[in-house]
Design a protein around this ligand. Structure first.
Ligand code: FES
Ligand code: FES
Length: 132
């Protein structure tokens, strides 16, 4: 049912934890199941140099969180914003269709953390974020 890569990232998740003084932090919840992911990004000169996560969720959520931290490191902020949940799932050699929604957490957490970074650095321009 699950690919070897999914099992590997679930059993040995990469980059678990927090970044102290992170430049961007995003926390998102999955409306379908209530699972939660928190993503921490360290950003220098527009490049994501470190990423860590904490996920309270299912195995697919842990595996996609883990893979997403590997995918964002080394990317520019704009490149990271283009990472889709499908790309994260593909990097794991796919997810069962019933678990595809779990990969939304990773995509949304990346976006939320980058939005937080932009807000803190006055890069948002016209307000269109959900900050309230
Ligand atoms: Fe909730 Fe997978 S069942 S993220
Ligand atoms: Fe985001 Fe105003 S700061 S809507």
């Amino acid at each position: 049912m699950y690919s070897e890569k999914v099992m590997d990232h679930f059993m040995n998740p990469r980059n678990v934890g927090e970044i102290e003084n992170a430049d961007g932090v995003g926390e998102v919840g999955n409306a379908k199941c209530g699972d939660i992911m928190k993503m921490y990004l360290k950003i220098e000169n527009d490049i994501i140099v470190d990423a860590k996560f904490k996920t309270f969720g299912c195995g697919a959520a842990v595996a996609t969180s883990s893979m997403s931290t590997e995918l964002v490191v080394g990317k520019t902020v704009e490149e990271a914003l283009k990472i889709t949940n499908k790309a994260v799932a593909e990097a794991l050699d796919g997810l069962p269709s019933a678990k595809m929604h779990c990969s939304n957490l990773a995509e949304e957490a990346i976006r939320a953390a980058i939005e937080d970074y932009k807000r803190k650095n006055g890069l948002l321009g016209e307000c269109d974020c959900a900050a309230a």
